[in-house]
Design a protein around this ligand. Structure first.
Ligand SMILES: [Mg+2]
Length: 229
């Protein structure tokens, strides 16, 4: 495949610009498992592993709701587990070592950058602040698009479209970079964007043709060559 002509880049946040799974997701699942285990319905280890399994299908928040439903947890236990999982207090975190240099290089090459991220909006904003990435992506700049999966029926698609519009580029010259085949890669492919899968989260294989990325990379720094025209 010849190199695409790209006029703008949409990035994902979690497990794309920083190690969300290692730094935040696993500790959050352990906190929620502790709350669930306190009620005596599930052992703590089971409560952790059930979250891993269900999250792959439903996302983290809905996974907790499903586990609570299947195991008969009271609403107050579920709510405490959700609150401890989604606490807006984000511990110290850092971007991947090549993240900032890659963002700067892409900007130097004249590419506008946008961020489309899924999750509780306040928490996603807190992560961006903590990561020191607010100088690149913010509501003030206009290039931060927050997808709230608990409040919106649709996935990331409308936000990807809004990001391309903000950058003033057509879909076929928009690159979408992310770790989730069933989220930004699938949504980007449906919109005719150029999709780039970064293999940093859990190993994954496409389950439908729409989840097949145009490109695969193993680190952000690879974007600079891939997207230079
Ligand atoms: Mg991600």
């Amino acid at each position: 495949m010849s190199r695409p002509t790209i006029g703008g880049v949409i990035l994902d946040l979690d497990d794309t610009l920083f190690d969300c799974t290692g730094l935040l997701t696993e500790p959050a699942r352990r906190r929620a498992a502790t709350v669930l285990a306190r009620s005596g319905h599930l052992a703590e280890g089971d409560a952790f592993h059930l979250q891993v399994e269900w999250s792959a299908k439903l996302g983290s928040t809905e996974a907790l709701r499903e586990i609570a439903r299947l195991h008969g947890f009271a609403d107050d236990v579920l709510n405490e587990a959700l609150a401890t999982y989604n606490t807006p207090d984000v511990p110290p975190i850092a971007p991947f070592p090549d993240a900032v240099s890659t963002l700067l290089a892409l900007k130097d090459n004249g590419l506008p950058l946008t961020l489309v991220t899924s999750g509780v909006p306040e928490r996603q904003r807190a992560k961006i602040e903590r990561l020191g990435l607010a100088e690149f992506f913010s509501k003030d700049i206009g290039n931060l698009f927050l997808h709230d999966p608990t409040a919106e029926q649709q996935g990331k698609g409308p936000h990807l479209s809004a990001a391309a519009t903000w950058m003033g580029v057509t879909n076929d010259s928009t690159a979408v970079v992310g770790d989730k085949l069933d989220s930004e890669i699938e949504a980007g492919n449906r919109l005719g964007m150029v999709t780039i899968h970064i293999r940093l989260g859990l190993p994954a294989a496409p389950t439908t043709p729409e989840q097949k990325p145009d490109y695969e990379i193993d680190g952000l720094a690879e974007l600079v060559d891939l997207l230079s025209s």
